[in-house]
Design a binder for this molecule. Structure first.
Ligand code: SAH
Length: 368
């Protein structure tokens, strides 16, 4: 079919195989006049076997591997530093092609091993209580840079370990990078050549980009909303940028319209800030706001960081807040703060410019 090949768009001389979609790789395979099944064969090498070189693809003939290597490479994160917390949380610092760095955090908890994945370098929303926001937005991550965090984390697991949950709660606002996020999630959930993740074990968190909630529904993954305030004023004070994009009223209305599957529920995250949003009246307003929504609440006691004026409430205040919610029939959980000593806890990602210096660092392991 040589005349058909002419119609194909030109393939760049050196393509990163991980940056190609299934269709893109299919075109390359077609251009080489290889059988079609070769596309999924190569994809399986990339995602299921985490090949770092084309030479590793041993079920392709030497000749085919040479032909592929003349056109393409596999560009995985070259450098990764692991910071291990005293509680077992591991923060992975990955250096991207352009030298920028991102963080991804492995959080073991009883039976679970959760990976907290970044979607942007920095963040444009600059919520008042979040360290990532202070760096501003450097750029969106590409789909393969999002998937690479999962592959690299898997490379670092010991024999008995396996990831059980993926949460898009790392650096950045996932819904501000929805195209790359969607491509990455399709790759993670693809059963035939991808990583075979069940969408039920994946959660995407948003600071409140109300108009894009429906895009999360289309992916079939769980949705978490970082609420953090119960009045327009509180949200405007704590999360000014995202409040400009969607008011609290608009956000809650979008949650009420959300096409929630019968066995699922929404998660609302609520960072507790001492004296700001942790009072009894805040808890009562939260109950009212969420009335009739199938949901649970994750309470996150504020993780302090240098230069930030907010304070963490006492454990007693946190438990009282939780008790008010549960007494009203709302499921409320207190999120354990994990990895605080390596600045790997919620809202602590992104102090990359300070040379990653972290006072209570227990171990630094350059790897990859
Ligand atoms: N931008 C998305 C994804 C980041 S998730 C979002 O906002 O949902 C990070 C979670 O940690 C959010 O729920 C956020 O409200 C919370 N968070 C941010 N800074 C924090 C801090 N210093 N302490 C505790 N939680 C924080």
């Amino acid at each position: 079919m040589p005349h058909e090949n002419k119609a194909l768009p030109a393939i760049p001389l050196i393509a990163n195989l991980l940056a190609l979609t299934e269709e893109g790789l299919g075109q390359l395979v077609q251009q080489f006049e290889w059988p079609r099944y070769r596309t999924s064969q190569i994809l399986r090498w990339l995602y299921q076997r985490r090949a770092r070189t084309i030479a590793q693809m041993t079920d392709l003939s030497q000749k085919d591997r040479a032909q592929l290597a003349a056109t393409a490479t596999i560009s995985r994160t070259e450098h990764c530093t692991v910071l291990t917390s005293t509680d077992g949380t591991r923060k992975l610092l990955l250096t991207l092609d352009d030298g920028l760095r991102i963080e991804t955090v492995l959080i073991p908890d009883e039976e679970r091993l959760t990976l907290c994945v970044s979607t942007q370098v920095g963040c444009m929303l600059d919520c008042g209580f979040c360290l990532t926001g202070t760096m501003g937005l450097k750029r969106n991550l590409k789909a393969h840079e999002i998937v690479d965090q999962v592959l690299t984390a898997q490379d670092h697991l010991t024999g008995e370990e396996g990831l059980t949950n993926l949460v898009f709660m790392g650096m950045g606002e996932p819904l501000a990078n929805i195209d790359a996020l969607s491509t990455a999630i399709r790759c993670l959930t693809n059963q035939s050549w991808g990583l075979g993740w069940s969408p039920r074990r994946i959660t995407v968190s948003t600071a409140g980009l109300a108009a894009r909630l429906k895009d999360v529904a289309a992916l079939g993954v769980n949705l978490a909303i970082s609420l953090n305030g119960t009045t327009e004023e509180q949200r405007q004070q704590l999360m000014p940028a995202v409040s400009q994009i969607a008011s609290l009223k608009t956000l809650i209305a979008a949650c009420r319209r959300y096409p929630l599957a019968p066995t699922r529920r929404l998660t609302f995250e609520y960072v507790l800030l001492a004296g700001v949003n942790d009072r009894n009246e805040d808890a009562h307003r939260l109950i009212k706001l969420l009335k009739g929504l199938r949901c649970k609440v994750n309470l996150i006691p504020f993780n302090e960081f240098q230069g930030n004026p907010f304070r963490r409430p006492t454990d007693r205040t946190v438990r009282t807040f939780q008790a008010i919610l549960t007494q009203a029939g709302l499921d409320a959980f207190i999120r354990k703060s994990r990895g605080r000593d390596v600045l790997g806890a919620c809202g602590q990602l992104g102090n990359l410019s300070s040379g990653d210096a972290s006072p209570a660092l227990t171990q630094i392991e350059p790897r990859c």
